[in-house]
Design a protein around this ligand. Structure first.
Ligand code: SF4
Length: 299
């Protein structure tokens, strides 16, 4: 076989690999499913409260009409608070304007909604939980971007939190806790990120699970987190570290779960360009080279 034939054969292998790789990646869900199911939950809550009202009225009327009014007001408040919060979340997610209230504070609705949406989505509509988590992450990211535009929080101490499954399975180096052990071979995205560790208050850590991730967050004490993970870990982590602002980047898993997962490094660079331009400018030439090497090596 001539060299030219070998070259053609290699190109064909790469092309088939690339098609297989792209076919294995499902586009994550956007904001719509989570918001629609949240409104559906509100509708059910409304029906439930109306049911309670009509079932209780005959008995309460025997005591006093004033208590009936008080009871109706309490039920109305129980409906208005979550649905009002959801209205502001919906408008902020759609318009990109920070309409949340209280500004920059805990959005309790975002803590209460996920379990209800997951329950209704999986039980009634038979939707995969990971799909709903993707949608929740999309909504959280929209709220994050809207709030940061208004300067509600900053990336002065930025923690980049990564899962260990992005490390190439052949790599012999232990990088949990000490990513400085990475030899920047370009087989995984860590090579491009390691140089940022301890640079102008940016911390890059690899966590092997939720417990270690929580410990890392506690020790790094960040003002903002850029978290990379699968839908389950990311959605749970976002709720766990609340109210620290988290921007989530979902991993691609073309080779199956928890195995040589793929991170679109350019999503990380876009984030840094926007929120830590100082580090971005300083590191981009070096990291871009390693990022391109990684993309070339992956597959
Ligand atoms: S870039 Fe290479 S040396 Fe560094 S963690 Fe990844 S596979 Fe290991």
């Amino acid at each position: 076989m001539s060299e030219e034939d070998i070259e053609i054969q290699n190109n064909e292998v790469q092309r088939v690999k690339k098609i297989k790789y792209n076919n294995n990646i499902e586009r994550p869900w956007g904001i719509a499913p989570f918001l629609i199911l949240s409104w559906f939950s509100c509708f059910i809550l409304g029906l439930f409260l109306i049911g309670i009202y009509y079932l209780s009225i005959p008995r309460i009327l025997q005591i006093s009409t004033a208590i009936v009014y008080a009871f109706a007001i309490i039920l109305a408040i129980l409906f208005i608070i979550p649905s009002g919060g959801l209205f502001l979340i919906t408008m902020t997610s759609i318009t990109g304007l920070d309409l949340l209230y209280p500004h920059g504070k805990k959005q309790v609705t975002m803590l209460v909604l996920p379990p209800i949406v997951y329950l209704i989505g999986t039980r009634i509509f038979k939707i995969k939980k990971d799909r709903l988590r993707e949608s929740f992450i999309a909504v959280s990211n929209k709220l994050f971007l809207a709030q940061i535009e208004k300067g509600r929080f900053c990336a002065t101490r930025l923690l980049i939190l990564l899962p260990h499954c992005i490390q190439n399975h052949k790599c012999p180096w232990k990088i949990t806790w000490s990513i400085e052990n990475c030899k920047q071979c370009g087989l995984c995205p860590l090579g491009a990120l390691v140089a940022m560790h301890h640079k102008n208050d940016i911390y890059v850590y690899v966590a092997t699970g939720g417990t270690i991730a929580r410990r890392v967050v506690k020790e790094a004490n960040p003002t903002m987190i850029l978290a990379v993970a699968c839908p389950r870990d990311l959605a749970e982590g976002m709720v766990d570290v609340y109210p620290i602002p988290v921007f989530g980047i979902l991993l691609d898993r073309p080779k199956g779960p928890c195995f040589d997962t793929h991170l679109k490094l350019y999503d990380v660079f876009d984030f840094l360009k926007k929120f830590r331009p100082d580090v971005y400018r300083e590191m981009i030439d070096q990291t871009k080279e390693l990022a391109n090497k990684y993309e070339k090596n992956y597959n």
